[in-house]
Design a protein around this ligand. Structure first.
Ligand code: F1P
Length: 317
């Protein structure tokens, strides 16, 4: 019987369709600060890159950092808007980040999948995205929805076929990943721009779901030291940008050193073509990365419903 984690990953697409149709406010500010923790921070990183590329100045800051030292991340606080992302709406540092922003008089908006949650009540404005109630500790559907909603908040339009692109990515991962991961125990995720946050999220999924050692980098950064770790036990997942030149060089490099490559929208030992580009591709890649975590967990006999040392909400006392 599939785990609840796996079932939720596979059942997420009707929620996407609903979120694509949901009325969403349009954010306006000179600078948008996106903040969150864990998965929600990685989504913030991806969104900040997508916003900047779209012409909307933005920065992503971990919740604990924004709550404690915003001056380390921004010099000009004129006309800013602080957006907090939290599936649960109760993660301590993200709530603190929104509360500290309100104390400063900065406008705030919270994105959450939990109606009436602490963060939605703390922020001036809210975006509530209904998710699958069966979702457990591992964030999957809710992560996809918060990225989707976050892109729409800035006016970045998503083509309707983003849903079929994501479904196809998941199916292609299902079909090919078992052969790739066989005998491998070192995992690397690479992505540039908006794909870097997604690479980090893929890496986090794998750590939580399969208790595997994994790291995420910007593609060319990987050549500056970490590549020393590559051998015949490595799998490198590359989220290709629209210009694949730089990533393709890194792929060839790590393959020559024994790694197997999963290329999303580009070359690899397993090539997954999403049939979509730009920020929509970052979104469409998520379900494939989520299901990869499940495949690695299954290959190691690990139950992805109960990640070690992790709870659904991390609350600091
Ligand atoms: C984010 C988070 C996740 C983590 C786990 C616990 O919470 O830290 O990144 O995987 O599920 O929660 P949230 O603020 O989005 O609820």
């Amino acid at each position: 019987m599939p785990s609840i984690t796996e079932t939720v990953i596979r059942n997420q697409f009707p929620y996407w369709t609903a979120a694509l149709q949901q009325p969403i406010p349009l954010l306006q500010a000179r600078t948008i600060v996106l903040t969150g923790c864990g998965t929600s921070y990685y989504l913030a990183q991806s969104l900040a890159c997508a916003y900047n590329a779209f012409g909307q100045q933005a920065v992503a800051v971990p919740g604990a950092e924004w709550a404690r030292r915003p001056e380390a991340y921004l010099a000009d606080f004129d006309d800013i808007l602080v957006v907090g992302l939290s599936r649960s709406g109760t993660t301590t540092e993200t709530v603190q980040a929104i509360e500290a922003s309100r104390v400063q008089g900065w406008p705030t908006l919270a994105i959450s999948c939990e109606p009436g949650s602490t963060i939605l009540r703390a922020a001036l404005r809210e975006l509530y995205l209904p998710t699958d109630k069966a979702e457990g500790i591992v964030m999957s559907t809710s992560a996809s929805l918060m990225l989707l909603g976050g892109l729409r908040l800035a006016g970045i339009s998503l083509p309707g076929h983003v849903v079929t692109a994501a479904q196809s990515g998941l199916a292609q991962m299902d079909a090919g990943v078992r052969a790739i991961i066989q005998g491998r125990n070192h995992f690397v995720y690479l992505g540039a721009g908006a794909n870097y946050g997604i690479a980090s999220e893929g890496c986090l999924k794998l750590q939580e779901m399969s208790i595997s050692y994994s790291q995420a980098f910007h593609p060319l950064e990987y050549r500056h030291g970490p590549i020393s770790l590559i051998d015949a036990r490595s799998v490198v997942v590359i989220l290709y940008s629209d210009d694949t030149t730089a990533e393709a060089k890194v792929a060839a490099d790590v393959q020559a050193k024994g790694a197997r490559v999963i290329g999303i929208n580009g070359p690899g030992d397993l090539r997954i073509d999403l049939g979509i580009s730009g920020p929509a591709a970052a979104l469409a890649a998520l379900p494939a990365l989520q299901i990869m975590g499940e495949h690695v967990a299954l290959s190691k006999g690990i139950n992805s419903e109960t990640p070690r040392h992790l709870t659904k909400v991390v609350v600091l006392n």
